[in-house]
Design a protein around this ligand. Structure first.
Ligand SMILES: Cc1cc2nc3c(=O)[nH]c(=O)nc-3n(C[C@H](O)[C@H](O)[C@H](O)COP(=O)(O)O)c2cc1C
Length: 169
């Protein structure tokens, strides 16, 4: 028999493959000539349809959702340095409907094959949307999920997106 050690999942998930906790990304997408970006903490990497994909959860109310749906492309830019903590909070509390967040946060837009990402990132995942689905009350097997996250009815859309490129600075 081999000896197995229990490990913390957080200790073995690294870089762009670790979501949650203090790891977060700026989800950035383009609609016509505008680019918008929002903080996301929920998500991950999955293997489905014989492809490695990113999954993200975007509430119906987010302005950025319009951008994802318009271009069917988005990027996830991971800014891991402590100095960007305030930027994360700003990009995750103010809506691009009200302010040009990227400009106000002092961030720079770069492009990979016409898909915008944040140049200040440590690593970037560039994605093409394959599937999206609105979460529904009746699909919540555990009622606590509704009580804890959807009392206002602002459900998440699940986006599964093929990873076209991973970039590390
Ligand atoms: C740390 C953090 C993580 C967040 N993660 C998500 C997320 O995974 N999904 C989501 O829909 N909103 C998330 N938000 C909220 C959005 O980033 C926030 O509502 C943002 O202002 C939306 O901007 P927009 O209206 O310009 O799209 C998060 C906010 C913070 C501060």
């Amino acid at each position: 028999m081999h000896v197995f050690q229990p490990v913390e999942l957080d200790d073995i998930l690294e870089g762009a493959f670790r979501f949650g906790g203090d790891t977060w990304a700026l989800l950035t997408a383009q609609k016509e000539d505008k680019v918008n970006s929002m903080t996301v903490a929920w998500g991950g990497i999955v293997y489905v349809w014989n492809k490695t994909c990113a999954v993200v959860f975007v509430r119906e109310s987010r302005y950025t959702k319009e951008f994802i749906d318009a271009s069917k492309r988005f990027s996830l830019s991971f800014l891991n340095k402590e100095e960007y903590k305030d930027v994360k909070n700003y990009m995750g509390t103010v809506s691009g409907r009200d302010e040009n967040k990227i400009e106000k946060a002092g961030l720079t837009v770069n492009y990979h094959e016409d898909i915008p990402f944040i140049d200040e990132a440590d690593n970037v995942i560039v994605c093409k949307v394959l599937y999206k689905q609105l979460m529904k009350e009746e699909c919540c097997v555990n009622g606590r999920i509704i009580a804890d996250h959807y009392r206002d009815g602002d459900y998440h859309y699940v986006y599964i997106a093929e990873i076209k490129q991973v970039m590390i600075r």
